[in-house]
Design a protein around this ligand. Sequence first.
Ligand code: PTJ
Length: 264
Amino acid sequence: MIPINHPRRESLLIRERLVDGVKEGYVALQGLMAHGRGECFDYLIGEVTIDEALNAERAAVAALLLARNPVISVNGNTAALVPRDIVELAELVNAKVEVNLFYRTREREELIARVLRENGAKEVLGVGDDASCVIPELFSERRRVSCRGIYVADVVLVPLEDGDRTEALRRMGKTVIAIDLNPLSRTARAASITIVDNVVRAIPNMVKMARELRAKPREELEEIVRGFNNDENLRRVLMHISRRLMELAQRGVLLEFPKDSKTA
Ligand code: PTJ
């Protein structure tokens, strides 16, 4: 039970969702470690959506809306944290939803598909025999994808990804949108559009943007995508973190307490 006034209640509740997902059998144990790594970078960023993330989210939504065949790839952590928003985003940008796992088991595939269906998904690709196409030059279980989904997609959104598949999908000529709090990860550096934001903020932001952008003419969406430069954006993210840490180092980070009588 997390106390209602705990200063880090929200962050602890998010952890609980992942722990529940492990207990229910669809979040990989390794997903807990991956989340801890994400939390660490979120601390450095300031646990807010920075302007650079908003720019990337906007470009990503525009790219999804322009795509002929967009697909959103879902793993255990994403299913635990933002299942409803994933389904809503997919509907708004007309994307397919596909389960794709690094630690693939048939049971986890089916459980994740069930979570997505319970949250409104009509069709979930990538389960069982549906994942019968193979991404070339990729050796993890992530290489198996749906022939109607990621295999033929032109734009793929991959929240919480490992670098290998991002690189392999890029080699296939696809536009890869990654959501990764670590701006230095292979995924972040290999993606076409990298959103350095927590998936729990990024996907709801993208839902709001999709509602607004889907009414815009194609030329305006193309302009948004053309105006986005991933290399430049990632450099700005690193500058944001460095600047923030310099400011904190100069100002001090100690918390304030009433004066201790012994040390006063
Ligand atoms: O469900 P599976 O089997 O596909 O496995 C999923 C995990 C996440 C375990 C697997 O993909 C994995 O091992 O990922 P990595 O290589 O640890 O990378 C995860 C990346 O996601 C790291 O760079 C983290 O910083 C980042 N990350 C973790 N939590 C979040 C996050 N990024 C955004 N939002 C988060 N909540």
